[in-house]
Design a protein around this ligand. Structure first.
Ligand SMILES: *Cc1c(COP(=O)(O)O)cnc(C)c1O
Length: 393
């Protein structure tokens, strides 16, 4: 018997446990001080009324023999896949409901999708980025090449024709940098992928935070992208579903590799290893896409974006370089005074009682940067910023 030894190549994830320990130690030494966290990558606003009503109705349906539901339809209920299609239609993207797969969230799909690709593919991953892409590929032993996000390219690495890759991850808006690719930039990526018959895995978990009407909210707004891209979407950040769990993945019929439609492979994979999201949750998700649901969800997003504005204004007045915050709930700043991201973490905790996330946790290129999230309570964000203005930065 042998274990999957690729797991031994994973680096221990010290990020959140190290943060928690440092905060705990600080609290013990300074019991009177209230710590404010701008480090959480989780939403804090509750589910909107339209969703709660839909969930409640669905619960009641389950108690009646006539309306009770067992196993879901294979790709998710038709009513939800149709609602997703309508949502895409508003972005100018026409999809059929057979191209939509409902899941319990984007993280699972981003990891599971690798089942349908050979392990001898080379993977191209931005650095810094959401750590899931790297770890899931290490687990399956694929060769990884990193592309550097730096202040010079606004943390939006572009294709390099000298680099050969088969699987390309793009996260736009990006976690942790908040950077968003323009249409022109995504066109370059689509061209690069088509030339190499590569596949783009496009993570659009934060698409609903994009405020600038000129920025693409789906890769399918780019011509010929259906021939080379899979898109991963989630209601986690859009509608506060981090605990409720629902996402959707799009695999267009046009996406064919090795003479095989990837849509068909994914359907086979999902029907074998996954039995769907609960009926109740799918009804709640459907309500997100209703007019009233969308407008209520938008209010929560506006709340977070106001926090982002407050953080951005403060950093600007302090003369600290940052990106993000305009079309994403993340603000990514250059640590002042040449501090490393962990030095800045310690400094901020000690001097201001404010917690953020060290950029080193998202890749080597994040070592001099720091992430604030806009997901906190508005009052907390304002007091945190008042504290920042008082210390010597
Ligand atoms: C939060 C997040 C997701 C969403 O994950 P879920 O499993 O749907 O909660 C996906 N990608 C990125 C980059 C994220 O930050």
């Amino acid at each position: 018997m042998r274990i999957n030894r690729n797991y031994l190549n994973l680096e221990d994830s010290y990020l959140f446990s190290s943060i928690a320990k440092k905060v705990r130690d600080y609290k013990e030494e300074n019991p009177e001080k209230r710590i404010i966290s701008l480090g959480i990558g989780d939403v804090t606003r509750p589910l909107v009324p339209a969703v709660i009503e839909a969930l409640s109705r669905a619960v009641l349906e389950m108690r009646d023999k006539k309306t009770f539901r067992g196993y879901s339809e294979e790709q998710g209920y038709g009513f939800l896949r149709q609602a997703v299609c309508n949502y895409f239609k508003k972005k100018g993207v026409v999809l059929s409901d057979q191209e939509i797969f409902i899941s319990d969230g984007a993280k699972s799909d981003l990891g599971n999708i690798l089942d349908i690709f050979g392990t001898d593919n080379t993977v191209l991953i931005p650095d810094p980025v959401y750590p899931v892409y790297v770890d899931t590929n290490i687990m399956s032993g694929r060769k990884i090449i990193f592309m550097r996000g730096t202040a010079d390219n606004n943390f939006l690495p572009m294709p390099d024709n000298n680099v050969e890759a088969d699987i390309i991850y793009l996260c736009s808006p990006n976690n942790p940098t908040g950077a968003v690719y323009s249409k022109d930039e995504l066109e370059c990526w689509v061209r690069y992928a088509l030339e190499r018959e590569a596949v783009i895995l496009f993570d659009s978990a934060y698409e609903s935070f994009i405020q600038d009407k000129n920025l693409p909210t789906s890769i399918y707004q780019i011509e010929r992208s259906k021939e080379c891209a899979i898109e991963f979407c989630s209601l986690s950040k859009t509608a506060g579903f981090t605990g409720t769990r629902c996402g959707y993945t799009v695999i267009p019929k046009e996406l064919i590799r090795d003479d095989t439609p990837l849509n068909k492979l994914w359907l086979r994979r999902q029907t074998t290893k996954f039995n769907g999201v609960s009926y109740i949750i799918q009804r709640g998700a459907e309500a997100v896409f209703s007019d009233i649901g969308l407008s209520q969800a938008k209010e929560n997003i506006a709340y977070y974006m106001k926090n982002a504005q407050i953080i951005s204004d403060t950093l600007r007045s302090l003369g600290i370089w940052f990106t993000g915050g305009k079309n994403a709930p993340y603000i990514w700043l250059k640590c002042p005074n040449n501090m490393s991201s962990w030095e800045f973490f310690d400094f901020l905790l000690k001097e201001a009682g404010v917690v953020g996330t060290p950029g080193a946790g998202f890749g080597n290129n994040g070592r001099e940067f720091f992430r604030f999230t806009a997901f906190g309570d508005s009052e907390d964000v304002q007091s945190a910023m008042r504290r920042l203005l008082k210390i010597n930065l």
